[in-house]
Design a protein around this ligand. Sequence first.
Ligand code: BG6
Length: 458
Amino acid sequence: MKYAFPDNFWWGSASSALQTEGAREGETTWDYWFAREPNRFHNGVGPQQTSTFYQHWKTDIQLLKQLNHNSFRTSISWARLIPDGIGEVNPEAVDFYNQVIDELNEQGITPFITLFHFDMPMAMQEIGGWENRDVVDAYARYAQICFELFGDRVLHWFTFNEPIVPVEGGYLYDFHYPNVVDFRRAATVAYHTVLAHAKAVQAYRAGHYAGEIGIVLNLTPSYPRSQNPADVKAAHIADLMFNRSFLDPVLRGEYPADLVALLKSYDQLPACKPEDGFLIAEGKIDLLGVNYYQPRRVKCRDSAVNPQAPFMPEWFFDSYEMPGRKMNPYRGWEIYEPGIYDILVNLRDNYGNPRCFISENGMGVENEQRFIENGQINDQYRIEFISEHLAWLHKGISEGCNCLGYHMWTFIDNWSWCNAYKNRYGFIQLDLETQKRTIKKSGEWFAATALNNSFDKE
Ligand code: BG6
């Protein structure tokens, strides 16, 4: 069967500043944490060892062109642009981002720019990070500076990438700095992130810039083990906590009432100001980026909660390992292609069918060198992964879902948070020693698909 996509469908990939650029003047929480606990990073490889986009941006954009990208998302590093988060703008950073944006546009690759991709400037973390409302204001200033500097040539802005991840990693599950385990503080961080998002949207609207503004959320459809009411309730609460805590404010302009009631009953609500509600209502977006990697399967808890243990989302559900599920064993994530369709249908039916696109989807695989044939990684598994997901996405579009594009994670194999270079995601293989880039089979497949705006599959 031929899967053809609508005209002007966005074909591309995503990356982020910290994971690709390399050396920078302003310190982030990642540099700080790595300097103190390198053992927390795979093979002791830290955020300085990247794919050196700062040096190779021009030839890398040539490679994007070779992959027939018509769009590409990366982020601006707040710490590079404003090293202390709040003070002077670094002119070298302005030059760098201007060159990248101009070159992308010149090559016919539309730049999609994220303002915050997990990379808090250390100076901002030192005053409390997202727990401090002053950081919300500093972020809003940073966003406005970016709109002023680049808003004439960047027409697709994203306030945050996966804002729930720093909440989970930094304040619940101990995989980002500052390694706090405290739900109320996590809720405050999440809430202030929504306020920061809304302030950036407000500034964007006030400036009457030419483009559109949105956010990128990692949506994990919550599937109950069964239709037993206890399992269904467990899945509903997981959905409230992990999806709707951001999805509802940015699309509906308010939090789900049952999420607020639940947190209130456990005394976990963050401190709110009366004017916050108006601000959140103004944070509604033009475009939603959906990152989809894995579903969330849950069941009701089998055991009682330990009342001495810290309050956690898992007080309301257990995770459920569905027999027969397909796994990506390297990352430990389930691969469930229909999830992409379920997300789009949920957006269509419950959120007014917003303009959206798949902003990340991908498969990290360890030790890909074993698949080298004639000097090239033959990653057939990645081609299957993409085409299966695209088939479900295509079904969603044919049923009226407003999905405008598909971006893969990622372009060139890049540094990944605590996993460093353990799992490779790229269309292009990176030799860490030489920095040599070699297009994988999946890169060729994607280039052909983007060129034809379609692909064939049985
Ligand atoms: C997304 C992030 O969560 O998934 C990326 O936006 C990240 O920054 C990607 O690299 C893959 O996840 P990981 O943890 O395997 O790198």
